[in-house]
Design a protein around this ligand. Structure first.
Ligand SMILES: CC(=O)CC(=O)SCCNC(=O)CCNC(=O)[C@H](O)C(C)(C)COP(=O)(O)OP(=O)(O)OC[C@H]1O[C@@H](n2cnc3c(N)ncnc32)[C@H](O)[C@@H]1OP(=O)(O)O
Ligand SMILES: NC(=O)C1=CN([C@@H]2O[C@H](COP(=O)(O)OP(=O)(O)OC[C@H]3O[C@@H](n4cnc5c(N)ncnc54)[C@H](OP(=O)(O)O)[C@@H]3O)[C@@H](O)[C@H]2O)C=CC1
Length: 283
């Protein structure tokens, strides 16, 4: 299928990154969010990332402007009318994703593929609220999107081979590496990563060590680029909690219970880097 226009739903840290890499590869992109403020923040992040590439001599000023000109920020979801592919990157909650997919199914042209960047939620269940489950698929980017190579691709029960192949080909065109995994809670990435992060939070909760010490052990001892508590702040503690809840409920094993300290921080609105405070404080 020939994809020209991509609509990205959500202009947060993932949505803005996805819009950037798609526009940089030549696609026309509409980036939609509920609030203008969030769109402004998303565009500012994209501009900053592209400017850094110009400073490093990896991109010309014209190239930066051309990429920016291919992105149209909007609060109007009816931009989905023009989409060949929609990539949803709103909040990690099944009720909200179902609402979005129902609406997109009504607005988007018949041929359009509806992809979700969900970190953990079942693709089949999201697809079931649409009249085109065969055109719904998981396209799971990693954070920060412009840097990380992986895109986990997850078929729902009804996803066709043609839709899978289109998404695989677009993933390669935007310079990423597709890896196919099956539709299980948390897929592969977060089934393995999030229990490690949750265990690090338990270690802090139980007083095994300070947050700095826990992060140092994993950075210096295991060569992780970021310690698990820094990484949790980077992902967003709300997203970490939602993912743990999906693993706990979806796999039915108490080993996935979210740490009470994680719940407490989320209740306090300490969501990590994006709100200025999580396990650490950010200026
Ligand atoms: C929750 C989910 O569903 C799935 C997930 O995404 S889980 C999260 C997965 N991501 C990770 O695990 C990230 C772990 N951390 C890292 O890999 C690294 O710390 C990092 C790439 C984020 C930063 O790397 P670093 O070496 O510490 O810092 P730094 O030297 O400043 O940056 C390295 C490069 O990344 C770029 N970069 C860093 N942060 C960036 C950002 N937020 N956006 C865009 N580019 C960024 C820098 O510009 C730099 O680019 P060049 O090499 O081209 O100069
Ligand atoms: N953070 C990460 O490391 C990763 C996250 N993901 C997944 O990507 C998705 C987005 O995460 P992330 O970008 O971190 O989250 P953010 O909180 O940074 O951004 C989410 C954005 O979506 C907006 N939004 C909420 N509801 C709607 C809606 N109905 N229509 C349009 N926009 C909406 C939010 O607006 P408002 O703030 O006003 O609610 C916010 O701007 C989640 O599903 C997450 O699990 C996937 C890979 C990695």
């Amino acid at each position: 299928m020939n994809v020209r226009r991509i609509v990205v739903i959500g202009a947060g840290q993932m949505g803005s990154g996805i819009a950037q890499v798609c526009a940089a590869a030549g696609y026309m992109v509409n980036m939609q969010d509920l609030k203008q403020e969030q769109l402004d923040k998303g565009m500012a992040i994209i501009t900053k990332n592209l400017s850094r590439q110009v400073e490093k001599g990896r991109l010309t000023e014209e190239g930066k402007q051309a990429t920016l000109s291919r992105i149209t920020p909007t609060v109007d979801v009816s931009c989905a009318k023009e989409a060949d592919l929609i990539i949803e990157a709103a909040v990690e909650r099944m009720d909200i994703k179902k609402q979005i997919f129902k609406q997109l199914d009504e607005i988007a042209p018949q041929h359009a593929i509806l992809a979700t960047n969900t970190s953990s939620l079942p693709i089949t269940e999201i697809a079931a609220v649409t009249k085109r489950p065969e055109q719904v698929i998981g396209m799971h980017f990693m954070n920060p999107v412009p840097v990380m190579k992986l895109v986990e691709i997850i078929r729902g029960l009804a996803t066709t081979d043609a839709v899978y192949e289109t998404i695989e080909s677009i993933t390669k065109q935007i310079g990423k590496v597709p890896v196919e995994v099956n539709d299980f809670p948390g897929f592969v990435s977060n089934r393995i990563l999030l229990p490690m992060i949750n265990e690090a939070i338990y270690a802090l909760y139980e007083g095994v060590a300070t947050k700095e010490a826990i992060d140092d052990v994993m950075k210096l001892g295991m060569n992780h680029p970021m310690g698990p508590l820094t990484l949790a702040d980077f992902i967003g503690l709300d997203t970490c909690l939602y993912i743990m809840e999906v693993l706990h409920e979806g796999l039915g094993d108490s080993k996935y219970r979210p740490c009470p300290l994680l719940r407490k921080y989320v209740s306090a609105g300490w969501l990590g880097k994006k709100t200025g405070r999580g396990f650490y404080i950010y200026e």
